[in-house]
Design a protein. Sequence first.
Lengths: 286, 341, 414
Amino acid sequence: MKPFLLSMLNGITLAALYFIVASGFTIIFGMMRVVNMAHGSLYLLGAYIGYSVADSSGSWLMGLAGAAIGTAVAGLLLHRVFLSRYQGQDLRQALITIGLSIIIADLLLAGYGGLTYQLDIPDALYGGVRLPVAGGYPIFRLALIGFAILVYLALWLLMHRTRFGMIIRAAVDDRHMLAATGINVPLFSTAVFALAASLVGIAGVIGGSALSIAPGDDVHYLLSSLVVVIVGGMGNIKGAAIGALLIGLAEQLGLAYFPTYSAIISFAIMVAVLAYRPYGLFGRPA
Amino acid sequence: MPGTAPGSSNAPGRARVWIWLAVAAGLLVYPLLVPDFWVVSVGAQAIVLGVVTLSLTFLAAYGGMVSLAQMATAGVAAYTLAVLSSHSANAGAHLLPWPLTLLLGMLAGILAGLIIGAVAVRSRGIYLLMSTLAIAMIFYYLAQQNTTVLHGFDGIRGVAVPSILGVSLREPRVFYYLCLFIGIAAYLLVVHLVRTPFGLVLQGARDDELRMRSLGYRVTLHQVAAFGVAGFLASLGGILNLWYQGGISPGSIGMTSTVGILIMAVIGGLKHPRGAFIGALAYVLIQSFAVDVVGAHRFNTLVGCVFLAIVMLSPDGLAGMWRGLHTRKASAKAAPASTSS
Amino acid sequence: MSTRTFVKLAVSLALSGAMAQAGAQETIRIGGLATLDGPFAVLGQEAFRAMELAFEEAGNEVAGKKIEWVKESSDGRPDVALTKARKLIEQDKVDILIGPVSGGEGLAVKEYAKSVPGRTFVNGFSAAQETTLVSPASNFFRFSPDGAQWQAGLGNYVYDDKGYRKVAVVSGDYSFGYTQVLGFMTEFCAKGGTVPEKIWVPNGTKDFSSAIARIPEDVDAVYVMLGGADAVNFLSQYYQTGSDTPLVAGSNTVEQTVLSTKGPFQRRLEGIPSAHMVAAGLEDDAYKSYVETYRKRFPDGLNAPSAPYYGYYVATKAVLTALEEVDGDLSGDQAKFQEALAKVKLDTAFGPVELDENRQAIANIYVTEVARDDEGVLYNRMVKKVSAVNQVLGQDRAEFTARGVPSRDFPDCP
């Protein structure tokens, strides 16, 4: 019973991390139909920036803020310089972001080297608690659930209680009509891209504290975000949460019970979803 | 009669024939002019990768489907052949005659292509891209995790290359001409296929699927068959690559290798079959000689920048740039004489 | 590509060809292959530092001839390593190739070496057992021990000195993991210890929490074989569960590159026993000057020289020694040189190194425990030295090889 409970808890906490990472991706995908293949690179960029800021300031929260601002700026530049002018050309934008991801990953390798980094968790969140039945469990992992809920609520409030969010939802529904309503779509798109980048930058700091920061993480989290968003449906925060839950549980239960081929499970789910529900479990066609 | 519209005068047409002849002649005498490294590690490798890339370009240009599963398909053929061949870990095993194992490898690759196609064509556009990427990752992890047959993370090494009449196919000049022959055959197959009714239906579906369906064409069947053709091409490349490397490992079909094929296709030009080979050559040259220009460290930045520049500035890739230059010159020549354009 | 770059490229190509002809008498060309890219990038950096220092110490010349060093970078994929090895040998015309870093690359390079008998290949750091144990290449030399050798002494140490009887194993699910586990279990099981559970984690796993959940409660210790970022992730997650079952580390798990990663996971590492071909805190002068030289020469390097640094350093030193021995004579398909290289006996910072009949190193192995020095920096303090460990771990060669390569199920002592 205990290993099963632990695996479930592991799956849920991992899902929390995956959700935070994928939330930005699903917004960009849903709103602008941009498959941002540089999403993982932005995660890594945020993690490294957060580490540098936290290391020099001694504060984890400062690191978080630094990452949020740093990746927002990066996202802004990325969209303005490389993506904005090709709005509507899905494949081309995907290819551009692939090129950018290669360059960013290599430059980060040049700047930070190949060593692994780990952010210092605030003392309040370090160590373990004793849970009933499950036994010892890391506080930070439970905190992950808290972070994910915070992000979910913040995004929900943004989407459903602000004008900004209303415009995002309108864009997800029918972006061609959006321009007709008088919204400055390019400006708006850049703002949303920067917001999403900021989200994934924060995710980088969180992931870099729960786990670590190393070259190759960008590919890992890009793939996980792809799977989560495909399963959950693009532009759909609730879908992303459910997709993340599905994938997180599949991974951890797989690792616990069929470890040898467990890595295939998430991708198999993604392929199955694409074959039967091309717009994801909760998505809708444009 | 020299026409007045650009491109229809005889001069560019004749020039094109001369260019093709020059290229063909160059390819044929190439091994006689350059050292062995250039023959195999640049020339043959470029052709081999070009054939795999051709499978992607074929699907993208004529089917409108960008598939990231081509390297995985090539890997299926290569792994099948490797497992059935003599290699460093199966000394003394009973082996089938090599033409049979070669055939089995090709069949495995074609079958993989068909199955992948059947799954992938249920999506479109960017979703197809992601579906094929996920499929590629599935094959990668299968190869990495299966230790009994596929030898896991380290892969299969020391794969014996067959000999014909006492001459090993891996002999540098022999291997080059073998690759050249296969490369040209693959190219001609694609060029011919797209002019057949099959190819025309495929392109019609690329342009307007709904109309094709309403005209009664079995679009899905055509698209799956196209993946089968791509599987055939990828298998050719995969097997040649197996012989070139003398082995195969999960790294050959992982994320980096998979994206590498896409990079080659885009750099060369996603619209033309010849773009596959041009892109592969450019990539091999950069990979081999970037170290002499930018130092051993920042090869990836260089490739990424070249890739990015091409996607942004010349989406038709290097092949498109050449054609662009060509048509501009031709129209510049024809313009003064014409009155209608 | 701009015209200028193209001209530069063409000129460098022409020159490299020309130089290969003209300089054949006056220069010896040595190629270096290491992973500056991919998951082993940090190991590659160390590798090239080692070669650089070794060449500098020799004044960049050997036997009166100038050394020309050509570097190539791979990324851990055997295909790329092979392509770069071919470039070094066939295009850059190096006489001797030192490298590669990773096990899979080493296996591929060894096979390639067989097709170029007139050149010499000296392993850098790759530690797969089969590279020299199974179907070795006559021109492939490995001056560092393999992954199984690295664990010599550890099994005995944890049985005798730590009193562990039941140990669970958590390891990366690939051949290097199987090899290290073999090295540990050979001694531990022979003494009577048992391994009730082996938990294999696929490469690419970042989140080990469910693997940790499977560790049985009633074991005396957990043997962990993971490297780089995986080690950091595992150790973090392990300690945060609050488990106090002690750990035993495979060579990579507490290797210098992991100890150089700052982070909360470091709080509980002290005392973890491990074993490797390198250690810290040795008393002899050769060792002390080795470390001092590294620290002075590479101020932005690690706290102390790492294992890949040592591997490449010893390889380069061996090559230079053999070259001096034959007075730089590489004629006759390098026959004299290769013969001399096979007979090289080195006195290194970590004791004597010589080769066995498969050109595989016989060297000292050090059992260590993680400790903190006066400045609070973590290092692997030597607690025991095992001398002259050979590839068959002191057993009968025929019996050893007959048992086959290690796998998920072999060895087994539940």
